[in-house]
Design a protein around this ligand. Structure first.
Ligand code: NAD
Ligand code: ZN
Length: 350
């Protein structure tokens, strides 16, 4: 078990952990009455989860990560008589951990919760760091709270039922974590990729442990953002613009794969990134069947407009967190963790 300063949240990564979820909950939330908020698809595919324990179902899909769901679940907790000794156990993908965590953050001004991520994305990213919240018609994650879970429980066995595309797209964040902070993990991934793609439990335990620990360490150093946490946005400047320009037909994971490669390519041309970095990223992500170039049909004008939108929030420049070489970032506390992306290079990144 690993601990990190962001609330000293224990990270339990173990094949079979869900078989002893009741015991883990009792251990990490002693004296509390657990109430699960469970993704409906996960509930259907894994009916043994928390058999008998009280639970509330959340219909699957990003479209349910709303204030309406928050309000309904909060009312259901009130109807169940949940009090200060109650605790939320959010079981599902990032939608469920974000929303379940937000319900916990606001119910009676905050009750404890445990995150039980069941997708690669939620394990590697969403369940770590204490950011919770919901979407609004004005944009994603605009209403929320920082509320650290008491523990994160990740069981690689539950990933067996995840659709192939969702499985691979979520792993992009693990590739990102290795690329920004751990060159040995990246080399390990290059060697062990076949086992990871075969969902080998022992290999997944290793990858998840190391990837989750990287995010936890970065976040705990900068819990409310401003400084080094920006390195978690590697690949994301271009990713967000590409997602937006594609009207969100491009998945987040696919967009980050493209962003990691293209931002490194620009970094190489700016002599901020070691030559060969973008090729190594492209090779690994290509072996995972992820895209490494902007889609042919993507409207260049819409892409530029989306980047410019990013620009508006800053000093008139587009910035990105660039990788110096696999395992290390180009920035520093003194110089800042992001670099300017010259627009003419972004428009023609290859
Ligand atoms: N809080 C953060 O720091 C943070 C970071 C990154 C992403 N996020 C959020 O995470 C969300 C995306 O997470 P996601 O990709 O996990 O999406 P998701 O929760 O929608 O899950 C994806 C799909 O997989 C299904 N599913 C979940 N577990 C399954 C399993 N074991 N087997 C079969 N199907 C399963 C779900 O029902 C859903 O249809 C977004 O809302 C994003 O904003 C949050
Ligand atoms: Zn991301």
């Amino acid at each position: 078990m690993l601990r990190h300063a962001a609330g000293e949240t224990p990270l339990v990564v173990e094949a079979g952990a869900l078989d002893r979820l009741d015991a883990l909950i009792a251990h990490h939330l002693p004296g509390h009455r657990p109430i699960a908020i469970l993704d409906a698809t996960v509930a259907r595919l894994h009916p043994d989860l928390l058999a008998g324990a009280p639970h509330l179902l959340l219909p699957s899909g990003e479209e349910h990560k709303t204030r309406a769901s928050w309000s309904r679940l909060s009312d259901e907790l009130l109807a169940l008589g949940a009090d200060r000794r109650s605790a939320i156990v959010a079981i599902g993908g990032g939608v469920t951990t974000d929303l379940g965590g937000f319900v916990a953050a606001t119910y009676l001004r905050g009750i404890p919760w445990i995150a039980v991520p069941t997708t690669t994305l939620a394990m590697c990213d969403a369940a770590i760091g204490g950011k919770t919240g919901v979407d609004t018609p004005h944009g994603k994650n605009l209403i929320g709270a920082f509320h650290q879970p008491r523990a994160v429980v990740a069981d690689p066995r539950v990933l067996a039922s995840l659709p192939e595309g969702t499985y691979r797209e979520g792993l992009v964040e693990a590739v990102k974590h290795a690329a920004i902070a751990d060159g040995d993990l990246f080399a390990w991934l290059e060697r062990e990729l076949p086992a990871i793609l075969a969902r080998d439990e022992a290999a997944l335990e290793q990858l998840l442990r190391r990837s989750m620990a990287i995010k936890a360490a970065v976040v705990s150093a900068d819990e409310r953002e401003g400084g080094r946490r920006a390195i978690l946005n590697a690949g994301h400047t271009i990713a967000h613009a590409a997602e937006h320009a594609s009207d969100y037909r491009l998945s987040h994971g696919a967009a980050v794969a493209i962003g990691l490669v293209l931002e490194s390519r620009i970094g190489e041309r700016l002599a901020l990134t070691e030559p060969g970095t973008s090729d190594r990223l492209a090779t690994l992500l290509g072996r995972m069947d992820l895209p490494i170039l902007l889609p042919e049909g993507l409207d260049p004008q819409a892409f530029r407009a989306a980047l410019a939108l990013d620009k508006k929030n800053r000093d008139g420049t587009v910035r990105a967190a660039l990788i110096a070489r696999i395992g290390a970032m180009a920035g520093s506390d003194a110089a800042g963790w992001t670099s300017i992306l010259p627009l003419e290079m972004v428009n023609q990144p290859s």
